[in-house]
Design a protein around this ligand. Structure first.
Ligand code: FES
Ligand code: FES
Length: 141
């Protein structure tokens, strides 16, 4: 099987069977973000206790890249401290720009590597990660 084919399967799996899709209690940290170029939107909810991201869930509508990336992101941050979650967002930013090739914390994320060649799609892949960053930075204030 071609690598691209394998990557496409991983992305479509997260798109069709999203992990952590849904809502948390109303008092959870809630971030709404959209991609103005296409109208795709995400609502991310985080439950942070003792500085640990206990739960992360999302709803929204968008392309396969934005929604699969959100699914992967919520998987990757669960159980992390807020500092670790911010560091992961930073790492994803380097990864999606093609500066690093591996993502050991969640290998599924490596399936998004093809996106680095398409600047417009980078915005799709980073939508949920930007929501994460915004939520945690807001929480830390
Ligand atoms: Fe809008 Fe991908 S098409 S986020
Ligand atoms: Fe449409 Fe992402 S902005 S593909």
């Amino acid at each position: 099987m071609e690598l691209d084919d394998l990557y496409r399967r991983v992305i479509m799996d997260h798109y069709k069977n999203p992990r952590n899709r849904g809502s948390l209690d109303d008092d959870s940290l809630t971030i709404n973000l959209n991609n103005p170029t296409c109208g795709d939107r995400i609502t991310l909810q985080l439950q942070v206790e003792d500085d640990i991201v206990k739960q992360a869930k999302f709803t929204g509508e968008g392309c396969s890249i934005s929604m699969s990336s959100a699914s992967m992101m919520t998987e990757a941050v669960k159980g992390k401290t807020t500092e670790e979650a911010l560091a992961l967002a930073e790492k994803f930013s380097s990864f999606i720009k093609g500066e690093i090739a591996e993502f050991d914390e969640l290998e599924d994320i490596e399936a998004l590597s093809g996106v680095t060649k398409f600047p417009a799609r980078i915005k799709c892949a980073t939508l949920s990660w930007n929501a994460l960053r915004k939520g945690i930075e807001h929480q830390q204030q």
